[in-house]
Design a protein around this ligand. Structure first.
Ligand SMILES: CC(C)(COP(=O)(O)OP(=O)(O)OC[C@H]1O[C@@H](n2cnc3c(N)ncnc32)[C@H](O)[C@@H]1OP(=O)(O)O)[C@@H](O)C(=O)NCCC(=O)NCCS
Length: 334
């Protein structure tokens, strides 16, 4: 049962139509367009209509990926959903997506790794292709961050948006595909970014609701310093162990949490602007969706060619850390 390297054979995206600008945020909290732009790089983000479940975004992104590739949902072997905003604690959103897509033969599960969720899911999915166990794996990163945003906390509510991205993994037929991955966890950072209630530690109660513990809580400064250092460190580590240098990287696709974090990684790796994807200005931090949305932006900008060396990196709540190297496999329709 030996397969071959896994490659991204298709990509689909979905962001809601509703654009929320920094000027709109000024009407919600005491903030300014200037503060948000200079501290984060965000100009606008997208919001779903209240009550829209994450699974709906997953399905829209997945359908685009499948239709582009001409693959029927019934051909999918496995669905992995990375999210911190599942439709509900259980069943897994992957099960809901399986049903909505009518992916009749697929099994699936969710991954909770916050902003590193998509890279974790991609790593997991790739293993099933590489062993030869599966030939078509759907990996989805999706979050409805507005469902857990405290619109009375200006330090967090301006940062996030809603969105989804899906990729179809298939066996590679040449030397393109996922080359290597490296992940870390530093659980001591868990306290700096979390949704404190709603789990077994603090089940939902009148008190947890009154104390607004079902929303994101973040110590922004701590969550800023760690990725500034870690993204570059994790990137250098994976390049080193593959005998590659940052000059050989054609494109850096970093989790989009803050433009200053991305710029710091770019600077530490010595990469020029045209080798770094940045779309945080349009979408804000969409948590598990930023990396597939950024890959989509790179495709729009025509900066990905067959064989391009792509370095992907992320840091998220946990702290979770991901880095991955891939040789891009061009889509015939691009
Ligand atoms: C949140 C973040 C943008 C704050 O930027 P910062 O440069 O650390 O901000 P500073 O600490 O210099 O300033 C904070 C001040 O701005 C204020 N502030 C916070 N949010 C604000 C907003 N939306 N508008 C205006 N002022 C705001 C704070 O109240 C504080 O004021 P004070 O000093 O009077 O108390 C930054 O810490 C960050 O991006 N952190 C990482 C967030 C992240 O990426 N999370 C996901 C990780 S995967």
């Amino acid at each position: 049962m030996k397969g071959s390297r896994a490659r991204i054979a298709s990509l689909g995206r979905y962001v809601p139509d509703r654009v929320v600008t920094n000027a709109d945020m000024e009407k919600v909290v005491n903030t300014s367009d200037e503060w948000i732009r200079t501290r984060t790089g965000i100009r606008e983000r997208r919001y779903v209509e209240p009550g829209t479940p994450t699974s709906d975004l997953c399905v829209k992104a997945s359908r685009e990926a499948l239709e582009r590739r001409g693959v029927a949902p019934s051909e999918i072997d496995l669905i992995i959903v990375a999210t911190v905003t599942p439709d509900m604690p259980f069943p897994a959103t992957a099960c809901i997506v399986q049903d909505k897509l009518k992916a009749t033969k697929a099994w699936g599960f969710d991954i909770s790794a916050a902003c590193s969720g998509f890279l974790y899911a991609l790593t997991m999915g790739a293993q099933f292709v590489e062993t030869g166990a599966h030939r078509k794996v759907l990996v989805i990163g999706a979050d409805v961050m507005t469902s857990i945003l405290n619109f009375e906390d200006r330090a967090t509510c301006v940062l996030f948006g809603d969105g989804a991205g899906a990729v179809l993994l298939e066996p590679s037929e040449d030397d393109t595909g996922i080359l290597d991955f490296s992940h870390e966890v530093d659980g001591s950072g868990g306290c700096y970014l979390s949704m404190p209630a709603g789990g077994s530690l603090r089940p939902a109660s009148r008190e947890t609701v009154d104390q607004r513990l079902h929303f994101i809580h973040q110590a922004g400064g701590h969550v800023f310093k760690y990725p500034v250092r870690k993204m570059a460190e994790a990137s250098k580590h994976i390049l080193d162990r593959n005998g590659l240098t940052s000059e050989q990287v054609d494109l850096l696709v970093a989790h989009q949490a803050n433009i200053r974090i991305i710029n710091a990684a770019q600077e530490r790796l010595g990469l020029p602007d045209h080798k770094v994807v940045k779309n945080i200005d349009r979408y804000g931090n969409t948590t598990a969706a930023t990396i597939p949305l950024a890959l989509g932006t790179a495709l729009d900008d025509k900066v990905l060619k067959h064989g391009s060396l792509v370095l992907l990196t992320s840091v998220g709540a946990g702290f979770t850390v991901g880095s991955m190297l891939a040789r891009w496999s061009a889509f015939p329709w691009d």
